[in-house]
Design a protein around this ligand. Structure first.
Ligand code: NAP
Length: 310
């Protein structure tokens, strides 16, 4: 029987994905119909992005899995009409994109690049930055993205710490876990990079108390999700110079409203949720591999644990 694959995301995404998906499906000789419109009762797989209008999954009675195009799944994990496996996106393009973004933004502050760019005024300033090994970088979240970014910075010589929910051991990274571990992970850190999922447990992980644990003047880098940081506490910490700068890619409301204080704050850099995009050429093979697995009765890759929310 021909399988039907519903593509449920924005119409612009469909234009970008239809060819890479078709190419991968043909490579694996998966006989199927692929498109943005099917009757729910004939759909076997849903390729999904949270910008789709689909919110009611009950009519998809023969569907075997929902394959999310994004790494973050907070918009769908709580959907009670979804009772089939949900896979999130893990692929080379996302990981490499995040590694490059995190390393770039850390190096900007580590080397004091802003000062150099803004001081081309004829005044000789022999300001030598410390070596990477003299800086501590803490990753909140030691999953696919936190681990890869942390290891890249470790390669450059930084002292890297990481914090996760469960106990972990990662080469080159000093690992902490659980509530107690958070204070050890943050104490005296020069940088904190947030790569946690957005769940009820992770909301406001950086707050007045935890921001106070960082080294004075530390840099906060958030490519994870907006709710991980208590906004007011961050603004206070910036104003008191407990935090020297915050580079934020994600926000409680996106796009970040034009009038939001973050845009004009001299110690905040806003980027527009671009740290790591899902790229069709890298994600299509992962989606299609999951369809192949579904058709062969094998377990799906990158399944979301609905209980823990990520
Ligand atoms: P992941 O592999 O699922 O890793 C999540 C990490 O967070 C794991 O180490 C997990 O601990 C930890 N964690 C979860 N809940 C926790 C808690 N309550 N306390 C302590 N640690 C907790 O996720 P990922 O692929 O690395 O992605 C991380 C996040 O990045 C995504 O959820 C998404 O929000 C964000 N993201 C942003 C962009 C962007 O463009 N800005 C792009 C992609 C992803 P365990 O290891 O113990 O499970």
């Amino acid at each position: 029987m021909t399988i039907n694959i519903l593509f449920s995301a924005s119409s612009e995404s469909w234009e970008k994905y239809k060819q890479p998906l078709r190419t991968e499906l043909d490579k694996l000789e998966i006989k199927c119909q692929l498109g943005p419109n099917f009757l729910p009762e004939v759909v076997d797989y849903i390729i999904y992005a949270p910008n789709s209008e689909l919110a009611e999954f009950s009519p998809f009675i023969r569907c075997k899995a929902v394959l999310n195009l994004w790494a973050g799944v907070e918009n769908i994990t709580g959907n009670t009409t979804l009772n089939i496996p949900l896979a999130r996106m893990v692929d080379y393009g996302l990981t490499q994109g995040m590694v490059e973004w995190v390393v770039g933004h850390v190096m900007r502050h580590h080397l004091g690049i802003d000062l150099q760019i803004n001081s081309q005024d004829g005044i000789w300033r022999p300001h030598v930055p410390p070596l990477a090994e003299d800086r501590i970088i803490t990753f909140l979240g030691l999953g696919v993205l936190g681990t890869s970014s942390g290891q890249a910075l470790r390669q450059l010589g930084f002292k890297v710490r990481g914090w996760s929910r469960r106990k972990k051991s990662v080469d080159g990274i000093t690992c902490y876990h659980g509530n107690d571990g958070l204070k050890y992970a943050l104490s005296g850190a020069d940088f904190v990079v947030l790569l946690l999922p957005n769940t009820p447990e992770t909301e406001n992980t950086l707050n007045r108390e935890t921001l106070g644990l960082l080294k004075k003047g530390a840099v906060v880098i958030n490519p994870g999700r907006g709710p991980l940081i208590e906004d007011e506490a961050l603004l206070e910490a910036l104003d008191s110079s407990q935090v020297g700068h915050a580079t934020l890619d994600v926000f409680r409301i996106e796009p970040l409203p034009e009038t939001h204080r973050f845009w004009s704050h001299p110690k905040i850099t806003v980027t527009s949720h671009i740290a790591a995009a899902t790229r069709p050429a890298y994600s299509a093979p992962v989606i299609v591999e999951n369809i192949r697995r579904g058709e062969n009765g094998e377990s799906f890759l990158n399944l979301v644990d609905r209980q823990s929310g990520y």
